[in-house]
Design a protein around this ligand. Structure first.
Ligand code: MN
Length: 727
């Protein structure tokens, strides 16, 4: 157990002129007030304020901080009043204790709105005197260290709150040491199993890690010494929480975490930092793209260092961080470093300047009336890895970087995702693959009956969207394949005058099913429908060869079988896209009513309808059996999306000219994507919603007439036509 005398010694060592007498009185006061109280662990309560004070003394914070650490719970948990604290310890201490008492009454896991208000209060208290938050962090750290004594429910609640609010806050204030420990304790409590496994695996590598560190450290020490650079080298393994996050985020194994081992080199001067970097790159092979100069470009929280990753001759990678001792102090303690050795006083102008982020909070505090808005803005800042966007109603949603409007749509509701056809961001149309940015206001446009596209899988960033799209595609493809497969088998059976129904009920069929490895008849149908099994081979296993004699007449045309699945013997396939599951317009050419079209039976995905001039068609028709006649029979007023590729001169305002021409002709624009090239040329892909080929021709003509337009084309893409979009 920590003793008060230990704390006293520490403070005396770094602040000999501090008010030691007041510190001693604070200890006696706290001990008396908390007398008889016990912690959940059964230990005397006093241990907690002592440990908190000790954490603050280890951070070498001023004596006022340490005094407040000892007293931080007296107003909250004993009969002591704020007035008594002020009377005994002065206004400064009383003010800090008041701030801490306020924060402790906040419950961050309550409803969003209260949380926002609480968070704002805490930050306001914090900018009022930054020491309040430093003491709060020390308090939370000790509570997290002793969390095992609480019930599971409270453990989870406190750990979640810590992970969401206090750890990022410590990070944003640059207090890396506390942030790391908090995160690690959160992982341990929130995912004990994963934590245990990872810890054991890291432990198993301990001997290897230590040998490796000794080897590279020794080599570097000698080289730096030869070059006259004085440096302190410290080797360590990456902390468990960071390893866990990295493995999860990048879906990699422990062995692939290339900064598992890190060397930290502390030098005397900035010049030596860069000198050391040069020597390291001379000694080991640097990993391209991993060199980061946070000395020239400090992080917003004030962190400065040079980072690089190198690989030894034997192929083992490790990370190196190089910094001066001053930078090291800031890296470990962040804003707390500014409170060392100083007499208690409100936040100094200098310190605020060092933390531009804090400056911003001070400004917001004055500007922002709505606590929710405040929290939203703050979240943007606390989690730099994430992107925060808003619904048109102002609700905030967070996504991993790289998320798109499709991810956004699926985060609202599965059906919104499935039916998403476009998106407006900050009032402007964007492509579905647009990457969301912080603060974007995202509006999702949906069309009833619209279906997810396989292409979406190539750009969505959330696992939720990915899973929903996959599930949908797999389910619908399977249903179609089953029907096609059954029809094909029926047809083939019919040629031999065999009744399929009777056959599938027979004993040999059950055996054949088992041999193929299927548990259900539908699985066999699906395999035929997907084209994995030929119907003739399947029947050959079931029917004696003598009975398999072919009757004269038309063969089991695939086209006819497919047609029957949905259309009976009708020779024409209606192309209205929306309610006919089987038929879809191919994404490569997107044919429009009035155009000459032809159909192609895909493997398991129905009939894709291509324009007869589609460049993909030639390749597809290598398999003439899969060709099918289709014609337009859609209801009047059905709209079709079509993408036009406009080549333009890179002239200001041309995008506006083109979009207004289209809008003027009463045609809806779905998406617009503009690109510029180096040769002063650009291209604008615009997707419009039109009803027939005449309208398309009219629009194409008016776009051609816009000044600066070099040409308009229907993009003949290289897309695999079998992967095209369902519409
Ligand atoms: Mn406490």
């Amino acid at each position: 157990m920590i003793r008060f005398e230990n704390i006293l010694e520490k403070v005396r060592a770094y602040q000999p002129d501090g008010d030691i007498d007041l510190l001693r009185r604070a200890y006696v006061f706290s001990a008396r007030e908390h007398r008889g109280q016990l912690r959940k662990s059964g230990e005397p309560y006093l241990i907690h304020p002592l440990e908190v004070a000790n954490i603050l003394a280890e951070m070498q914070l001023d004596v006022v901080c340490v005094i407040c650490g000892l007293l931080h719970d007296v107003v909250e948990d004993t009969l002591t009043t704020s007035e008594t604290v002020e009377e005994f310890f002065g206004t400064e201490v009383a003010h800090i204790i008041d701030g801490l008492t306020k924060i402790s009454k906040m419950n961050f896991s309550s409803v969003e709105e209260r949380q926002a208000e609480n968070f704002r209060k805490m930050l306001m208290a914090m900018v009022d005197d930054i020491r309040i938050i430093l003491i709060k962090l020390a308090d939370r750290l000790h509570n997290m260290r002793t969390l095992q004594h609480l019930s599971e429910e409270r453990r989870i609640r406190i750990a979640n709150e810590t992970l969401e609010i206090y750890a990022p806050l410590a990070g944003r204030l640059g207090i890396g040491k506390i942030k790391t420990e908090l995160e690690e304790l959160c992982l341990k409590n929130l995912e004990p199993k994963a934590y245990g496994i990872l810890l054991a695996r890291v432990d198993a590598k301990r001997k290897w890690s230590q040998d490796f560190i000794t080897e590279i450290k020794g080599k570097l020490e000698k080289t730096l010494n030869d070059n006259g650079i004085a440096a302190e080298i410290h080797g360590r393994t990456k902390n468990i929480y960071s390893i866990h996050q990295k493995m999860k985020r990048q879906r990699i194994e422990l062995d692939q975490v290339y900064d598992f081992i890190a060397l930290r080199i502390v030098t005397d001067s900035v010049q030596d930092c860069y000198g050391t970097l040069g020597i390291i790159h001379n000694t080991w092979r640097p990993v391209p793209g991993r060199i980061k100069d946070f000395i020239a470009m400090p992080r917003p929280n004030g962190y400065r260092s040079l980072h690089t990753s190198v690989i030894t001759d034997s192929g083992a990678p490790f990370e190196v961080q190089i910094r001066t001792s001053e930078m090291h102090k800031v890296a470990e303690q962040g804003i707390a470093a500014h409170w060392k050795y100083k007499e208690g006083r409100p936040l100094q102008e200098d310190d605020v300047k060092n933390f531009a982020w804090l400056r911003q909070i001070l400004d917001w505090q004055l500007e922002v009336e709505d606590p929710n808005e405040f929290l939203n803005e703050l979240k943007v800042d606390l989690y730099p890895e994430d992107v925060f966007c808003f619904t048109p109603k102002g609700e905030v949603k967070s996504f991993p970087r790289g998320a798109t409007p499709v991810d956004f749509a699926y985060s609202i509701h599965t059906d919104v995702g499935h039916q998403c056809v476009g998106s407006r961001v900050n009032g402007l149309m964007v492509p579905l693959r647009y990457k969301l940015r912080n603060g974007d206001i995202v509006e999702v446009l949906t069309a009833r009956g619209h279906k997810p596209s396989r292409d979406w899988l190539s750009f969505v960033a959330t696992s939720r969207a990915r899973n929903k799209i996959r599930t949908y595609l797999n389910a619908t493809e399977k249903i179609r394949s089953i029907e096609i497969g059954r029809k094909l088998l029926e047809k083939e059976a019919g040629r031999s005058s065999v009744n399929l129904k009777q056959t599938t009920a027979s004993e040999p069929f059950a055996e054949a099913l088992k041999d193929y490895g299927f548990s259900k008849t539908d699985d066999l149908y699906a395999a035929v429908g997907y084209g994995k099994l030929s119907p003739r081979n399947v029947l050959a296993r079931l029917i004696p060869a003598s009975k398999l004699e072919e009757k004269p007449g038309p063969g089991a045309s695939l086209a006819r079988a497919v047609r029957r699945v949905f259309r009976g013997s009708d020779d024409k396939i209606k192309v209205n896209g929306m309610d006919d599951l089987m038929v879809y317009r191919a994404n490569c050419c997107n044919p429009v009513p009035g155009e000459s079209i032809t159909g192609y039976i895909t493997r398991g995905k129905g009939v894709s309808v291509h324009s007869v001039i589609c460049s993909n068609l030639l390749n597809l028709m290598v398999d003439p059996e899969r060709r099918i006649d289709v014609s337009w029979d859609g209801e009047k007023g059905t709209k079709y999306d079509i993408t036009l590729s406009v080549n333009v001169e890179d002239r200001k305002g041309i995008l506006a000219d083109i979009t207004s021409i289209i809008a003027d002709s009463n045609t809806d624009i779905r998406t617009v994507e503009a690109k510029t090239f180096e040769d002063q040329k650009g291209s604008i892909d615009v997707t419009v919603s039109i009803s027939n080929v005449k309208e398309l021709e009219r629009i194409t003509k008016s776009i051609r007439e816009v000044d600066g337009v070099l040409g308009v084309a229907r993009p003949s893409s290289n897309k695999d036509p079998d992967r095209s979009t369902m519409v």
